[in-house]
Structures are given as C-alpha cells and as structure tokens.
Design a binder for this molecule. Structure first.
Ligand SMILES: NC(=O)c1ccc[n+]([C@@H]2O[C@H](COP(=O)([O-])OP(=O)(O)OC[C@H]3O[C@@H](n4cnc5c(N)ncnc54)[C@H](OP(=O)(O)O)[C@@H]3O)[C@@H](O)[C@H]2O)c1
Length: 223
C-alpha cells in the first residue's frame, strides 16, 4: 500500500529505542503517525485505555507495537513469579490487547507488526521470562495473521540492540555487554534502532509478507 497524506500509522512504544526509530522513519513519509506510551498517557496494561485510544484515532492503516522491554532475568527456580507475570502483562498481554483492538480499525492493505526477541528461539539458561513471552507472542501472531486476514500480521525479532532499554545498567557493565556481543556475533556488531526500523518498514511495505517472523539479530540464532 502506497503511503499518502491519508495514511494513518500508530507506533505503541514509539517514544524510545526501536519504536522511536520506526516512528521517525514513518514520519518521513506522507500521512499521520501517532506515537504512544505511558509517557504520552497510554498504558497498554489497561485494556479500557487501549480501546479508548483506538476509538479516538478512528481508521488506521499500520500499527507497530514495540512497547515493554523489561523482564526479570534468572533461572526458572529463582525468578519471582509475580515479576514474571508483570513482564507478561506488558509485553505479551499488552501486544494482544493492542493488536486485538487495533484490528477492528484497520482497513484492507493494512498491517500489524509486533516485536518479539531472539531469545524466543534460543535456549539460554536464565532468560526464561523473555523466552516464554516472546515465543508465545510469535505463535499468537501467526494465528492473528490467519484469523484477521487480509490484515497482515508480522513479528520483528530483534537481537541485542543498543537502546534506552539498557540505560538502567551501570555504564561499565553496559559497555562490556555491548563489546562482548560485538566480538561474538557473526555480524560483528550490535544492532542500532535504525537497523531494526528498516525491518518494520519492510514488512509494512511488502504486501506478500504475513505470518512471518523476521530475525534482525546479527546472527544470534546461528551463533
Ligand atoms: N533492545 C534490545 O536489545 C532488544 C532485544 C530483543 C528484543 N527487544 C524488544 O524490542 C522492543 C523494543 O525494545 P527497545 O530496546 O526499543 O525498548 P525501550 O527503548 O525500553 O522502549 C520501550 C518502549 O515501551 C514503552 N512502554 C513500556 N511499558 C509500557 C506500557 N505499559 N504501556 C505503554 N508503553 C510502554 C516505553 O515508554 P514509556 O516508558 O513511556 O511507557 C518505551 O517507549 C521490546 O519489545 C523489546 O523486548 C529489544
């Protein structure tokens, strides 16, 4: 679908990191881009707010969901279940709620693009919350793509991407993490938000892509 002055896009999570880069790329095109997150007043763990948000916008062409990067690490035996549920509440259930209530507003040629993460399909002890919620999301997105056809539903699966998601880490630890990943990943780099944004544009633009998981991870899954 060609972007025109009437094209409406929504980026939930578009105030930071990958979502901000996607919103920036969409803003270069004709049309309107709505950006939302808690800092703009939308908390996706509140379903009533999400319904109200999409009702206020009206017809939509493309929805991108990148919200919710936080998840507790730790071995299954050690992770607090309440902390795990809180992460699911935002990333898994928030994605479902956003996609569900956006879908009734999306017209022919429209798309929904969700975000998982490489741990969905890589078995790394100590990461079970990310693995479980991202794997669940990828499976659910494929069902959405069938049930809601011809709306196209796809998932972008990022690898380590240098965003504000890691701003809470001590500077030295963050730099070490990024340097170690740069040295070990087949692509010999960590991702930038811009690297990821081009993947979202690809699935938005290509009318033959639906039910797909696009890995943009520097080779994490073959490492
Ligand atoms: N960065 C990586 O290395 C990496 C790797 C694999 C997967 N991913 C996935 O990629 C996606 C984007 O990651 P990122 O690095 O861009 O993260 P980020 O910079 O932390 O951005 C997350 C965004 O989500 C919003 N958000 C969080 N909770 C929300 C809520 N309850 N309701 C509405 N908005 C909420 C935040 O804004 P507010 O704080 O204003 O709400 C922010 O705009 C996430 O799904 C993450 O799991 C990232």
């Amino acid at each position: 679908m060609k972007f025109t002055k009437d094209t409406v896009s929504v980026v939930i999570g578009g105030t930071s990191g990958i979502g901000k880069a996607v919103a920036g790329a969409l803003e270069e095109r004709p049309g309107t881009v709505h950006v939302a997150s808690r800092s703009t007043g939308l908390d996706i763990t509140d379903e009533a707010s999400v319904i109200q948000y999409f009702d206020a916008i009206g017809p939509i062409d493309h929805v991108v969901m990148t919200a919710g990067s936080a998840a507790p690490g730790g071995l299954i035996a050690d992770v607090t279940i309440d902390a795990a549920k809180e992460a699911f509440e935002t990333k898994y259930w928030g994605s479902v709620v956003v996609a569900k209530h956006a879908s009734s507003k999306i017209g022919p040629g429209g798309s929904i693009t969700l975000t998982s993460g490489f741990l969905a399909r890589r078995t790394v002890p100590g990461t079970f919350v990310k693995t479980a919620m991202n794997a669940g999301l990828e499976a659910t997105a494929k069902l959405m793509a069938k049930e809601w056809a011809p709306i196209r539903v796809n998932v972008i699966s990022p690898g380590l991407t240098d965003t504000e998601a890691y701003s809470g880490m001590a500077d030295k630890a963050r730099k070490t993490m990024l340097a170690n990943a740069t040295a070990s990943l087949p692509a010999r780099r960590v991702g930038t938000a811009g690297d990821l944004a081009s993947g979202y544009l690809f699935v938005i633009d290509n009318p033959y892509v639906t039910g797909s998981i696009i890995d943009i991870d520097g080779g994490s899954l073959i490492n």
